[in-house]
Design a protein around this ligand. Sequence first.
Ligand SMILES: C[S@@+](CC[C@H](N)C(=O)[O-])C[C@H]1O[C@@H](n2cnc3c(N)ncnc32)[C@H](O)[C@@H]1O
Length: 215
Amino acid sequence: MIPTDFLQDALQRYCEQHSEALPYYLTELERRTHRTTLAPQMISGHLQGRLLSLLSRLRRPRCIVEIGTFTGYSAVCLSEGLSSEGILHTIDIDDQYQPFYDYIREQVPQSHQIKFHSGDALEIIPKLQGPFDLVFIDGAKKDYLRYFEIIEERCSPGCLLITDNVLWSGKVLDAQADKETSVLKEYNQMLLHHQDWNVTIIPFRDGISVAVKVN
Ligand SMILES: C[S@@+](CC[C@H](N)C(=O)[O-])C[C@H]1O[C@@H](n2cnc3c(N)ncnc32)[C@H](O)[C@@H]1O
């Protein structure tokens, strides 16, 4: 078989070169993430970041909730679409990424609209003021259904629900699924059949689903 990985890499580079250029602080955030964290592959990165930014700019949300800040890359991308008085709440259970948030506060023009919360999203979200116009779920996969349960009642009509890792390295096709894969399979089924949401799965990276609240 002819190896095609080089083609994938070349196409990835081509897509990046022909997508909106990044502000210096996003390039620097990604560089620092790769240099100083143990699982840098968790970062959204250039193309997924541009997709998040685009979706946010289309929706112009007043209130965004992100579950899983990590080093703040996706939070910054999503904040690009906030309305002028809007606010983005981003939550992470792990507090080791504070230096990244300090960097964002120093460098990102709209950082005054980003609120970093430290703790379990399942405990913090009920205390946030809604309604939510855009939600990005990117926390612990085993909790995806629980995240959905606590956000859905508080989502505005037309809310965008973006969920990362919904293909879970292709494991959603496995008949014998582990715990996380089982939750992801159930989550995808649930959204597909939910009368209040219309969903599309985009087979990009680890699979990202975009749903809109229609009722
Ligand atoms: C895949 S990373 C997020 C990546 C980030 N959204 C990005 O695109 O750059 C997942 C993060 O979720 C956090 N996390 C896991 N369980 C959580 C919970 N219950 N509440 C808040 N954050 C959680 C982890 O600590 C980790 O930093």
